[in-house]
Design a binder for this molecule. Structure first.
Ligand SMILES: Cc1cc2nc3c(=O)[nH]c(=O)nc-3n(C[C@H](O)[C@H](O)[C@H](O)COP(=O)(O)O)c2cc1C
Length: 260
């Protein structure tokens, strides 16, 4: 994995080649990356259904479509439905014991297992409603999805994350368990647009969002570091790029896109 993908060239690809399918082996690598991400208590609540337009049922495809961003979903060769399964949290005790037995949690094995049984697992069970409400598990899922995104970019693919108003119909048509919460739809395919995909999107200034030691003390943004990143070609030119207008018109015609 190149740092470049994480800092400078990873971005949302809204325009994908509709006619070019994605090799399932590439999707498998994305899923492996997601599976290996960190999860609190090793609960591993991230799940996915990969919808391959070439082979998926009509009702499954229809449940994904939505107004506004629907043009992306309707043309994407693959849509990954990432979801969280709250049932995974019920097995947290087992997951913690696996960590101890794998010798990556605790020092003395027997003492660690005792502490889990007598204190930690009952404690987690007691505070589980708060943990569920805290967003911690969603953060873990986000980390997994981010890792999958980087693997996609590394393999020459583009992705776009989209929220969905269709949770109920998606759950019904895909037969997801009642304990599932749909997180987002990820369009995956080969980009129809240039690698820069329009250039670096606007970002809030570094100063003001990161702090050192306490709020209000800006984390120092060293211009030398920025220069280093530029020299290494890790930072892209900010959007809009000069040729973007023409590229958008070309994409609109090629992909038969609505006016928005
Ligand atoms: C969790 C998540 C949900 C998103 N949902 C939508 C969405 O519903 N519709 C949409 O057009 N873009 C959506 N986006 C894409 C963002 O608009 C995009 O990330 C943002 O414009 C910055 O662009 P970049 O990803 O290329 O840096 C989503 C992105 C993320 C990470």
């Amino acid at each position: 994995m190149e740092v470049q993908e994480a800092i400078g060239t990873r971005r949302t690809y809204r325009f994908l080649l509709p006619h070019k399918g994605v090799e399932l082996a590439k999707i498998q690598k994305m899923l492996e990356a997601a599976r290996r991400a960190s999860f609190w208590g090793n609960v591993q609540a991230l799940r996915a259904v990969v919808v391959d337009r070439a082979t998926a049922r009509e009702d499954v495809l229809a449940s994904l479509s939505a107004p506004v961003a629907g043009f992306q979903i309707d043309r994407a060769p693959v849509v990954i439905v990432w979801y969280l399964d709250y049932a995974a949290l019920d097995d947290q005790g087992d997951r913690l014991k696996e960590l101890v037995n794998a010798r990556v949690l605790g020092v003395d094995r027997e003492k660690a297992l005792d502490t889990l049984d007598s204190f930690l697992i009952p404690f987690f069970q007691k505070v589980m409603p708060h943990i569920k409400a805290s967003g911690l598990t969603e953060i873990d899922c986000g980390q997994g999805i981010a890792q999958a995104t980087l693997v996609a970019i590394d393999q020459g693919l583009g992705t776009a994350c989209l929220s969905t108003p269709n949770e109920e119909v998606i759950k019904k048509n895909m037969r997801l368990p009642d304990t599932a919460k749909v997180l987002l739809l990820m369009c995956v395919g080969y980009p129809a647009e240039s690698r820069e995909a329009g250039g670096q999107r606007p970002r809030l200034p570094f100063e003001g969002i990161f702090h050192l030691n306490e709020y209000g003390n800006p984390f120092p943004c060293d211009e030398k570091v920025i220069e280093e990143l530029k020299q290494a070609r890790l930072l892209q030119e900010p959007a809009p790029l000069p040729e973007r207008e023409a590229e958008l018109h070309y994409l609109q015609k090629a992909l038969d896109l609505p006016d928005f």
